[in-house]
Design a protein around this ligand. Structure first.
Ligand SMILES: C[C@@](CO)(OP(=O)(O)O)[C@H](O)COP(=O)(O)OP(=O)(O)OC[C@H]1O[C@@H](n2ccc(N)nc2=O)[C@H](O)[C@@H]1O
Ligand SMILES: Nc1ncnc2c1ncn2[C@@H]1O[C@H](COP(=O)(O)OP(=O)(O)O)[C@@H](O)[C@H]1O
Length: 337
C-alpha cells in the first residue's frame, strides 16, 4: 500500500504541430519513415509527480487526478503514456516505479497534437527530477523514443527536423514567432488508423500526391516570413485524415475564408491549424472560425515554445486556458491557401 508524500514536481509540456510531414512507405516493423518539421505550440499540459511510499495503495504507478480538457477520455491505467514513461525510466535506472502522476490537460486528446506524448515527456522529466537522476540528455531522449515516436520532440520543443519514426531530432533555425489558430474537432482520430488509411490510398491508381522536399520549409523558417511558410505547409497524412473524416475539408476551407494565410491538418488529425499574419490577425480568424460551426473549439496559439520544463515549484496553474467556443478543395498534402 502506498501513500503520496512530499511536494509534487510539476512540468509544463507543449503540444506539437507538423509544419511538414512526409511519410515514406510502410516498413516491415509496421512503422513509416518520416521527414517532419515539428513546432511546439503554446498549448500545454501539466504533469505532476509525487513519490509514493508503502502504506495505502498497491506499489507501482497510479494516475490521479486527471483534469482539464477531455479529461474523461484519458486512460488512467497502464495504457496512459505518462504511466509507460515512468515504468520505462524506472527500468532504465533499476528502481521501483512508485510514483503518483497528476495530469492537467489542455492539449486535445487524439487530436494529432501529441498530447499523450507530451505527458510522457513531462512524466520523464518530472520523475528524473524527483529521483534526482543524473541522466545525460541523450539517455532521457533514448527512454523517450522507447515510449513513442513523438515523445522525444515534446522534451526537445522549439522547432526541429524529425527523421526515422520522428524520434531522431535536429534543431531548426526559426527566427520568428508564428501565430496560429487551432481548430479542435469534436472527436479524435486514431494514429495507426490514419497511417493505415494512407497505405490504402497509396495502393490505388489515383494515389494522393506526396509533399515536396523539406529544404524550402527550412528556408522559410529561417527567413521568419509567415507568408513564405504558409505556401509550404504540407502533410502526407492529410489526405488520409480527410478520407476518414470528410468534414475536415470544410474546416480547412473555413479557416482560409476567415483570413488565415493557410491551413493544414496537424499530424494524424483531426485538429486543423491555420497560420496567420500576426497575433491580431489570429484573434480575428479565431473569432470568425468560432462562428462558422465547423469544429468544437478554436484556440489561438503561438510557436515555437520550449519543450518540457519544470515549473518553479508552485502548484499547478488553474488553467486550461479559456478557448474561444464556437456556437459550435482538394484534400491532398498541400496547405489550404
Ligand atoms: C503522426 C504523428 C506525427 O508527428 O503524430 P500524431 O499526429 O499522432 O500526434 C506521429 O508520427 C505519431 O507518433 P506517435 O503518436 O508517438 O506514434 P507511436 O505511438 O510511436 O505509433 C503509433 C502507431 O502509429 C503508426 N506509426 C507511427 C509513427 C510512424 N513513424 N509510423 C507509423 O506507422 C504505427 O502504426 C504505430 O503503431
Ligand atoms: N496522457 C495521455 N493523454 C491523452 N491521451 C492518452 C494519454 N495516454 C494515452 N492516451 C491515449 O492515446 C490516444 C491518442 O492520444 P493523443 O496522444 O492525445 O493523440 P495523438 O496521437 O493524435 O497526438 C488517446 O485516444 C488515448 O486513448
Amino acid at each position: 500500500m502506498l501513500s503520496a508524500v512530499g511536494p509534487p514536481v510539476t512540468v509544463r509540456v507543449p503540444a506539437k504541430i507538423n509544419l511538414h510531414l512526409a511519410v515514406g512507405d510502410l516498413r516491415p516493423d509496421g512503422y513509416h519513415d518520416l521527414v517532419t518539421v515539428f513546432q511546439a505550440l503554446s498549448i500545454t499540459d501539466e504533469v505532476s509527480v509525487t513519490a509514493a511510499v508503502p502504506g495505502v495503495v498497491e506499489p507501482g504507478v497510479a494516475i490521479s487526478p486527471i483534469d482539464g480538457v477531455d479529461a474523461s477520455e484519458v486512460p488512467a491505467d497502464t495504457t496512459n503514456l505518462a504511466w509507460r514513461a515512468v515504468e520505462a525510466l524506472a527500468r532504465r535506472v533499476d528502481r521501483a516505479p512508485d510514483i503518483r502522476i497528476g495530469l492537467r490537460k489542455a492539449i486535445p486528446v487524439a487530436g494529432g497534437m501529441a498530447g499523450g506524448s507530451a505527458d510522457a515527456a513531462g512524466a520523464l522529466l518530472a520523475t528524473s527530477s524527483l529521483w534526482r537522476l543524473d541522466l545525460a540528455r541523450d539517455d532521457l531522449m533514448d527512454v523517450a523514443a522507447e515510449v513513442g515516436s513523438d515523445v522525444a520532440f515534446a522534451l526537445h520543443g522549439g522547432t526541429a527536423l524529425g527523421t526515422g519514426r520522428g524520434e531522431r531530432l535536429v534543431p531548426v533555425l526559426s527566427r520568428h514567432t508564428f501565430h496560429w489558430v487551432v481548430a479542435v474537432a469534436d472527436h479524435g482520430l486514431s494514429t495507426p488508423t490514419v497511417f493505415a488509411e494512407l497505405d490504402r490510398l497509396r495502393d490505388r491508381p489515383e494515389a494522393p500526391r506526396r509533399v515536396g522536399d523539406v529544404e524550402p520549409v527550412l528556408e522559410a523558417l529561417a527567413s521568419g516570413e509567415a507568408r513564405s511558410l504558409a505556401l509550404l505547409l504540407g502533410n502526407d497524412l492529410q489526405a488520409a485524415a480527410v478520407s476518414l473524416d470528410p468534414g475536415l475539408r470544410r474546416t480547412l476551407r473555413a479557416g482560409v475564408d476567415a483570413g488565415a494565410l493557410a491551413g493544414v491538418v496537424s499530424g494524424s488529425g483531426p485538429t486543423c491549424v491555420f497560420l496567420c499574419a500576426g497575433q491580431d490577425a489570429a484573434v480575428r480568424v479565431a473569432a470568425e472560425l468560432a462562428g462558422a460551426g465547423v469544429c468544437r473549439t478554436v484556440r489561438v496559439a503561438h510557436g515555437p515554445v520550449p519543450g518540457a520544463r519544470l515549473t518553479d515549484g508552485g502548484p499547478p496553474s488553474s488553467r486550461p486556458p479559456s478557448p474561444i467556443d464556437p456556437s459550435p478543395v482538394d484534400p491532398g498534402p498541400g496547405a489550404y491557401a
